[in-house]
Design a protein around this ligand. Structure first.
Ligand code: XIL
Length: 302
């Protein structure tokens, strides 16, 4: 196979990218997207501030553009994300507990129903745990006002809204075995034991020299898979360049391929030109859309 999507398909997986609606009019961008990738994640367009900027008024235009493009090309779509402390409109953080619960459940329900039947997997809850050694929940309007039960509530509401979408918990710095991933692991284990609906765990995988690809990446993916959920690499980018970057990318791909329930890999952008890590060059295509050594390494590993 000579593209990322077709090579991944040969292993029964998808190879996706984050997409920004604002770049779909750029021919190099869309040509690279359509040629190489078999899945998309809207980079910002499905977040709460984009889809419900004022209470009860839903705006789906930009996300709809990405969804219809992806559907016309037969690409899978990951929905990102329903409940997150960031890119959250201020009206949400101002609500009291009872109202916040109603607003959260309504947001999940309305957004998921709008895309019902079109989404492969939803990041229902994003980044709910703290960094560091505590394994504690992160402070957020949801955590602070609704308590630990907000995640379970979100997943139950999500299952009712679109029973055919896989429901994922997604986070960063959970890629290796550490206190934060241990806390997520305990939550998923508890959900499975009690029948709370969860189908997958997303590992963002934003790597740099301070946060390198962990040596126990594959083992960590495998222990989650062994709980009976799919695992996905959801926001991969690796700062650096040349051979070192290529080797890191190759190692990530090999880790996913070694885990039967690792169902796909998504990089967090098509090209370095538009990476959110603007100081770096973390992606597979350079800013002129040329294939980098990291691209060749990924293709060879698939
Ligand atoms: C980032 C986007 O790439 C940026 O364009 C935006 O300004 C901020 O959010 N974790 C996530 C993603 O789950 O939604 C974030 O995306 C990157 C970190």
């Amino acid at each position: 196979a000579d593209t990322l999507g077709s090579a991944a398909a040969g292993t029964g997986r998808y190879f996706g990218t984050a997409v920004a609606a604002g770049h779909l009019g750029e021919s190099d961008y869309v040509n690279t997207l359509d040629r190489e990738f078999s899945a998309v994640t809207p980079e910002n367009e499905m977040k709460w501030d984009a889809t419900e900027p004022t209470r009860g008024t839903f705006t789906f235009g930009a996300a709809d553009q990405i969804v219809s493009h992806a559907q016309s090309k037969g690409m899978k779509i990951r929905g990102h994300t329903l409940v997150w402390h960031s890119q959250l409109p201020s009206w949400v953080s101002g609500l009291g507990a009872a109202d916040l619960r109603t607003a959260m459940d309504n947001h999940i329900t309305q957004v998921m129903k709008h895309y019902k039947g079109k989404i492969y997997a939803w990041d229902v809850v994003n980044e709910a745990f703290q960094d560091g050694s505590s394994g504690a929940r992160r402070s957020s309007p949801f955590q602070d006002k609704l308590g630990d039960g907000f995640i379970e509530e979100a997943f139950r509401t999500a299952r009712a809204a679109d029973p055919d979408a896989k429901l994922c918990y997604n986070d960063y710095n959970t890629d290796g075995v550490n206190a934060k991933s241990n806390a997520v692991y305990a939550m998923v284990k508890d959900f499975k034991a009690r029948g709370v609906p969860i189908d997958c765990v997303g590992f963002q995988s934003h790597f740099n020299s301070a946060s390198p690809v962990p040596s126990d990446y594959r083992a960590n993916l495998q222990r989650f898979a062994d709980l009976g959920v799919d695992v996905q690499i959801t926001e991969l980018d690796i700062e650096g360049s040349g051979t070192a970057q290529a080797t890191n990318y190759s190692n990530v791909v090999k880790a996913c391929l070694a885990v039967t329930r690792c169902t796909g890999i998504t990089v967090w952008g098509v090209t370095d030109k538009y990476s959110w890590r603007s100081s770096g060059t973390p992606l597979l295509f350079d800013s002129a859309y040329a294939k980098k050594p990291a691209y060749d390494a990924v293709l060879a590993a698939l």
